[in-house]
Design a protein around this ligand. Structure first.
Ligand SMILES: Nc1nc(=O)c2c([nH]1)NC[C@@H]1CN(c3ccc(C(=O)N[C@@H](CCC(=O)O)C(=O)O)cc3)CN21
Ligand SMILES: O=c1ccn([C@H]2C[C@H](O)[C@@H](COP(=O)(O)O)O2)c(=O)[nH]1
Length: 338
């Protein structure tokens, strides 16, 4: 998918050096945006291996979002990608699926005079076991797409300001909007923070799958996936290795601006490895720049396709999603900044 390579290049070429809460520094760029036409195939990256265990992690992550579960006790049986942010009981303070399927509705005194709120018996309201009321945003979108496909209110929002302020990891991909044009179901995702090497390839695959599933449920065809990433960043290492970029980013960017052909990114990588201090023991591959330069040197292959069983979103499971005609370059390994 060429758009991803352009996102990587733009983040490195236009970004600024930016330390952050993880202690692993970044090269960060403001407001990156791209669009992919899902009718031209499924945008799983081909410039690194995304099938096998990565595919397994991604599908189980999407099924976990759809489940609305507030914990990862089932998800962690399938993949470890969320373990670092959960406690031993699998409790996780990040509200993705939980808010997609069960967004809290204010009750009693929390409701101000004159505000409109749905009744208990309303179509998308659930009364939880503890008596709280919640709203199923995803089912609202699916039902409204069938009844009023021209609606401009097809928003799913995972951001609750009061919760986000105190959460250990507030949602990164926090709001998405569906929009129908003709028979095409388009999806626009806003992400406040995007880890270009590790998170974004999963986010692209997940939302392209979600759009495909919802199109199938509503007799539409998957259209454009549009993605805005407010802080798009490439992690560039910890300690001396990260700080090297503070002084040397301009030199890296000047070399990047001289690249005419993909293969030349490899020479930039060689220069970088010869100039930058080695990553400390235990910090290997927290600098994502060399791996991404290698990825930039690779030509995207033909896009695969997706076949999804026609089952309601509540029943979707790993075996319902089939990846067809996928070929890729070799895998690339990056370490995750916690
Ligand atoms: N720094 C950071 N980047 C992220 O992308 C990220 C977070 N933190 N925190 C919360 C979630 C967890 N996500 C993750 C976490 C790990 C991988 C990861 O390690 N991916 C490996 C494959 C690992 C596997 O499937 O077992 C990869 O090579 O893509 C990906 C996304 C996305 N999010
Ligand atoms: O789906 C996801 C989830 C997380 N990320 C990345 C983006 C950031 O690198 C970290 C979150 O750190 P914050 O300090 O809360 O921004 O996780 C992602 O890319 N995709």
């Amino acid at each position: 998918m060429q758009q991803y390579l352009e996102l990587v290049d733009a983040t490195l070429s236009d970004g600024a050096y930016k330390p952050n809460r993880t202690g692993v520094d970044t090269i960060s760029s403001f407001s990156e945006h791209y669009e992919v036409d899902l009718e031209e195939g499924y945008p799983l990256l081909t410039t690194k291996r995304m099938d096998g265990y990565r595919w397994n992690s991604m599908i189980h992550e999407v099924c976990w979002y759809l489940s609305g579960e507030a914990h990862i006790r089932n998800l962690r049986e399938e993949t470890k990608i969320w373990n670092a942010w959960a406690d031993d009981e699998g409790r996780l303070d990040t509200a993705y699926g939980r808010f997609w399927r069960r967004y809290p509705i204010p009750d009693g005194d929390a409701r101000l005079e004159g505000e409109s709120w749905p009744e208990e018996a309303h179509r998308w309201v659930t009364t939880e076991a503890d008596g709280r009321r919640t709203f199923d945003q995803l089912q609202y979108v699916i039902d409204t797409l069938s009844d009023s496909p021209n609606s401009r209110r097809l928003v799913v929002n995972a951001w609750h300001p009061a919760n986000a302020t105190v959460s250990t990891l507030p949602p990164c991909h926090y709001s998405f909007v569906f929009n129908v044009q003709g028979d095409r179901l388009n999806c626009h995702l806003t992400q406040r923070s995007g880890d270009v090497a590790l998170g974004i390839p999963f986010n692209i695959a997940a939302y392209a799958l979600l759009t495909t599933v919802i199109a199938q449920q509503t007799d539409l065809v998957p259209g454009t996936f549009a993605h805005t990433v407010v802080d798009a960043h490439v992690y560039c290492g910890r300690g001396e290795r990260g700080e090297w970029y503070a002084e040397n980013l301009r030199k890296l960017q000047s070399r990047l601006s001289d690249v005419d052909e993909r293969a030349e990114y490899l020479a930039v990588r060689e220069w970088l490895e010869s100039e930058a201090p080695a990553e400390a023991d235990g910090d290997e591959r927290l600098d994502h720049v060399p791996g991404l330069l290698e990825q930039l040197s690779r030509e995207p292959l033909e896009r695969p396709t997706l076949a999804v069983a026609d089952v309601p979103i509540d029943d979707l499971s790993y075996d319902d999603v089939e990846l067809r005609d996928y070929e890729s370059h070799d895998g690339l390994t990056f370490s995750v900044a916690e």
